[in-house]
Design a protein around this ligand. Structure first.
Ligand code: AMP
Ligand code: ZN
Ligand code: ZN
Length: 404
């Protein structure tokens, strides 16, 4: 009997090595859950108020993650699932204009544009590639997941609705995982928006942000408890799209003080500004903006520093201005109160650093330190067992985190 037990134990302990040589068939793999907590700054984890995320980091790994420029929600969510920087994935801002569609502006709040594949088809998100390779996906919200990109959506997806509570979102994920193996998704996304919303309204150091962190952490605890109750192991990869920085209305750069408001189109404003001169006023706008300014730096898109990897896409506006940390660039009245918090600054700003924490049966090593968010895509591809498309990311993170 004792020898039999020993034999079984030896076989079990040999299993991971065997799995590495020949990847497990999709149905036998642990599912991968990609969780985004919008605006969860990397150092929020050190506040000691998110025990479930801390447990995931302790059992697995965590590191600060550098977002891509511009440090906005839609560009970075698309980078995370394509491995391509915004300049290459086509979602170059939360708002943008394409010269092929003059007079039309893409913005998050306008479903007619935000749900049109025209804007998304420059890249292929991992759920589309996964479906093509026979791996089933389901999305409990993710920018782009509602759009038929390359004619394909995740097998299960939901139209974005802020009113769906965190608990409902987690329960939807658990329901998907309760399905029989042949219709169970192998790759799932889950998205929380409340930490970002509180960060904008009350600033990153507010009690409201801490309450939102506690709440989302509790939902991640509910997810872990649900997985445990059904005896299921999953790879959980938690990310954020960017950080958050305190802003106030005493630190405002008003473009109306520099230029006539009808001489340009402000495609996007705030911590960075995308400015398109109106046709007849090119010289006035270039002359006024390209000279030195207090608290902001404006450049032609072709002159932006290499490290930003930004400016080659025709959708990037002609002039990009980046505010000094904590400052806000406006053209006329602000569309929302400035005092609170914002993101969109240079991606080298330490307060733009985003959360990364992961654990699960295939998370066996440590992240090497701060890394670029384009490297998440090769890690996801490895975890779900698909061949990734070419990307801006490299496999160093994937190798370190899945090392046995
Ligand atoms: P930002 O303006 O960059 O802070 O964007 C964050 C906001 O994007 C969140 O508060 C959400 O309301 C919104 N958002 C997130 N996902 C989606 C989506 N799939 N569709 C539309 N809006 C979204
Ligand atoms: Zn965001
Ligand atoms: Zn935000």
């Amino acid at each position: 009997m004792k020898t039999l037990v020993l034999l079984i134990l030896t076989l079990i302990s040999a299993a991971p090595a065997m799995a590495q040589e020949a990847p497990a068939p999709a149905a036998e793999r642990a599912p991968t859950i990609l969780i985004s907590i919008d605006g969860f700054r990397s150092d929020y984890l050190d506040r000691g108020i998110s025990p479930n995320i801390a447990a995931i980091a302790a059992q697995g790994t965590s590191a600060p993650m550098r977002p891509s420029f511009p440090t906005k929600t839609f560009p970075n969510h698309y980078t995370l699932v394509t491995g391509l920087r915004p300049d290459h994935n086509g979602i170059v801002g939360n708002s943008m204009i394409d010269p092929r569609r003059p007079l039309v502006k893409f913005s998050l709040g306008d479903p007619r544009q935000a749900l049109d594949p025209f804007w998304w088809d420059e890249a292929e998100p991992i759920w589309v590639t996964a479906e093509k390779q026979g791996v089933r996906s389901a999305t409990m919200f993710w920018p782009g997941s509602e759009v038929p990109i390359h004619d394909s959506r995740p097998e299960d997806w939901q139209r974005f609705d802020q009113n769906v509570t965190g608990r409902q979102r987690v329960n939807a994920v658990l329901d998907w995982l309760r399905r029989p193996a042949d219709i169970r998704p192998q790759f799932i996304t889950l998205y929380f928006d409340t930490v970002d919303t509180a960060g904008h309204r009350f600033g990153p150091d507010s009690d409201d942000v801490n309450a939102a962190i506690r709440d989302v952490d509790g939902e991640i605890g509910h997810l872990r408890a649900g997985l445990k109750a059904m005896g299921m192991q999953a790879n959980i990869v938690i990310v954020a799209d960017h950080g958050m920085r305190a802003t106030d209305d005493a630190r405002v750069i008003q473009l109306a003080d520099i230029l006539p408001l009808d001489s340009f189109i402000m495609v996007e404003g705030g911590p960075y500004a995308a400015v398109e001169p109106a046709a007849a006023t090119d010289t006035i706008v270039y002359d006024a903006l390209l000279q030195p300014h207090d608290h902001m730096n404006c450049q032609r898109k072709e002159d932006l520093p290499e490290r930003l990897h930004y400016g080659s896409n025709p959708r990037v506006a002609a002039i990009i201005c980046i505010a000094e940390a904590g400052w806000t660039i406006l053209a006329g009245e602000p569309p929302y109160p400035v005092t609170g918090g914002a993101h969109g600054y240079d991606n080298n700003d330490p307060e733009m650093l985003a959360l990364f924490a992961a654990s699960g049966p295939d998370i066996t090593g440590q992240a090497p330190g701060t890394f670029d968010n384009v490297d998440i895509y090769p890690l996801l591809a490895r975890l779900i067992g698909i061949t990734p498309l070419a990307s801006d990311g490299n496999s160093a993170l994937a190798e370190a985190v899945t090392r046995r």
